[in-house]
Design a protein around this ligand. Structure first.
Ligand SMILES: Nc1ncnc2c1ncn2[C@@H]1O[C@H](COP(=O)(O)OP(=O)(O)OP(=O)(O)O)[C@@H](O)[C@H]1O
Ligand SMILES: [Mg+2]
Length: 239
């Protein structure tokens, strides 16, 4: 057997041997596509309710936001179906978020010259079903920072970071812009973006903290702090 055919054969054996994993992955892809479709429909309803034609820039942003969500989920599935073993023990959130930041910076035209950096404390493993909501939340918050942090159009900085925290993980998106307006309550108000962020956080059993200090907005997502929504332990329990 030549090398190419042997590799193909190995790949088939791998798939046949991992039927459960394959059907679980297909199920997850279908769920995520349904999530994005629902989200896009909500956005369409909202645009219709606005009752006025969109400017070219607004239409471009709306479509690019949809594309960013599709790309986010696509990246995740690529990671989960990539190298053998990848994703089986959980998703390395740090690595995934680094990829996500790079792809958002490259593909979203309204990012301008804004720099998105990523800091990973290491050891941030999540289950595959937790990775999608976290990724979509981060994508939503980064998109908001790109759209609103610097209304004058100056190039800003966005820092996306993740680190293990007592019993779980903390994921943070921080910008250096104008921050949320006074009196604005992101736990109750906002558009589709914040509603989706709140819904996904609830689904994860995670808490959200919004900080507007001297400069910019920092949003911190803490997940896995309780037993039910526990993230993958970093080390086997020795107790
Ligand atoms: N990083 C930020 N800096 C400053 N203001 C922000 C930031 N993020 C959000 N906001 C404010 O919060 C509002 C609500 O955000 P939200 O994501 O819910 O809606 P949106 O981005 O306007 O629309 P969409 O439904 O497309 O996300 C924004 O309109 C904006 O005024
Ligand atoms: Mg938004």
């Amino acid at each position: 057997m030549d090398v190419e055919r042997r590799e193909f054969g190995d790949a088939v054996v791998r798939h046949v041997g991992s039927d459960d994993r394959l059907s679980e992955a297909q199920h997850r892809i279908a769920n995520n596509l349904a999530l994005i479709a629902g989200y896009t429909r909500l956005q369409a309803t909202r645009l219709q309710k606005a009752g006025r034609p969109l400017s070219a820039r607004e239409a471009c942003i709306a479509l690019e936001e949809v594309a960013a969500r599709i790309e986010t989920v696509g990246e995740l599935h690529r990671l989960l179906s990539g190298a053998p073993g990848e994703g089986e023990d959980g998703v390395d959130l740090g690595r995934f978020l680094a990829k996500l930041c790079a792809s958002l910076m490259e593909t979203v035209s309204f990012a301008g010259d804004t720099v998105i950096t990523h800091r990973d404390a290491g050891g941030c493993l999540v289950r595959a079903d937790q990775a999608t909501p976290v990724a979509l939340i981060v994508s939503e918050l980064v998109t908001n920072a790109l759209k609103y942090a610097h209304p004058t159009g100056v190039a800003g900085r966005i820092l996306v970071s993740c680190r293990p925290a007592a019993g779980g993980l903390e994921v943070e998106v921080a910008d250096d812009g104008v921050g949320l307006g006074e009196g604005f309550d992101p736990h109750r108000e906002g558009g589709l973006g914040f509603r989706v962020v709140r819904g996904l956080a609830r689904q994860l059993g995670a808490t959200l903290v919004y900080e507007t200090r001297d400069i910019g907005l920092t949003v911190r997502l803490t997940l896995g702090a309780d037993e039910e929504h526990r993230v993958i332990p970093l080390w086997p329990d020795r107790g």
